[in-house]
Design a protein around this ligand. Sequence first.
Ligand code: ADP
Length: 489
Amino acid sequence: MKLLEPHRDVSAFLATSQGLRIADARVETGALLDVIDPSFDTLATQVAMGSAEHIDEAVSAARQALAGPWGSMTAHDRGQLLWRLADAIEANKQIFGELDAIDNGKPMHVARDVDAVYSARHFRYFAGWPSKIEGKTIPVSSPGKMNLTKVEPVGVCGLITPWNYPTLMVAWKLAPALAAGNTVVLKPAEQTPLTALYLADLALQVGFPPGVLNVVPGLGRDAGAALASHPGVDKVGFTGSTETGRRIVESSVGNLKKVSLELGGKAANILFADADLDKAGAGSFWALFGNNGQSCTAGARLFVQRSVRDQVVERLAEMAKALSVGPGMDAAAHDLGPVISRPQMDKVLGYINAGQAQGGEIVAGGGQQGETGYFVSPTVMHSVTDDMTVAREEIFGPVLCVLDFDDEDEAIARANDTDFGLAAGGWTRDLDRAMRLSSQLKAGTLWINTWGDTDAASPFGGMKQSGYGREMGEEAIALYSQTKSVWFG
Ligand code: ADP
């Protein structure tokens, strides 16, 4: 195995003490956060670990920045800063790619060419918004009165992000929050704090006023909980597990802050016998194995119509066996990296065992791969039934569960039989059936004859226990804004 030589800026970043980013200061802390490289189970570096007091400092900095030049900046200038940040991300995509590969483990080429590039695009899309956030004049029925609306930022936003897409999940929240004129305290996932810290430096370099973006890595139960319950925070935007989402809502009640949540999923993907089987097979495969199964939108329950089941399962098994899996910084461009951590690997292996014990049959993978790092071999399990643990709980790893079905009504009912509602979809050449799927599947995003597409312009978010709020497009601006109704007599 030959590893990539890290970019000199990456080596320097890892070798330098990384304080919290509060206003334009780097704040050192006594306690440090270990950043583990999941490809090797080794310590990559340590960064400052924020506590409740640091969250307090960061919230004050964000509050002051709202009252400073940021609060009075023109829409044009705000948009231009977002655009410049997009350019800076793109120009430094190699650094983002390597940092993500080191703390998350995903293949560097994916982190650079997908995660970083799409993060830049996200900022560029939202750079166009500040000048288009408009109020209305309302034709009220009171003689001689005029009513209009002003759309204003919510204020200080606490953003709490997960480890599966360390850069992209920050971009998804940060770009609309800044476009709408808010200031931010960002608490990245404790496993993957590197690119969030680096992004804060780029934001200052391109000209964002100090305090507009503050980054405080730390533990969820400590810094995260302090941010969610802080009386000086007006809104929390969260992506993570449903269980933590519930805690965030409980923490938010003190000052009744606004909350938006993008939570877990257990997406159903229905493959009908009338589909283009080549396209549907490959699409359904990547629907799960993309990002190593560590996506809330992973097509985790693949329902295959019984008449084509055997041929589809055979194809999926071949594809899984052909995947190349290796370290994020390997010079060979692998398809997949390790899962994020030892506990996550143990959890995924536990699900594989539980699935087998309950009657699931493994046709590819089925265990740990290699001896170092947290690698799970890409696993395909068929003969899964609705009541099995692997069909009900979010595995969040490279385990594709195949269930079979006979007819459409049955498939749709079973697809909807879940507490989650983030994504769902299906594969068919029958247009009427595609239309029925689009109205009957209960999820915030549906993919028909495709999977996994997202776009900064298209709303994204969950139904049921997958959360509330839509994070992209126009709806994201609404999510980070509030409307004031003004009367004139
Ligand atoms: P996972 O279990 O996969 O790590 P989580 O939902 O716990 O997913 O983590 C997502 C984000 O939520 C991380 O940034 C984590 O630190 C944060 N977090 C975890 N627990 C809490 C909490 N009680 N309050 C606020 N944030 C939290």
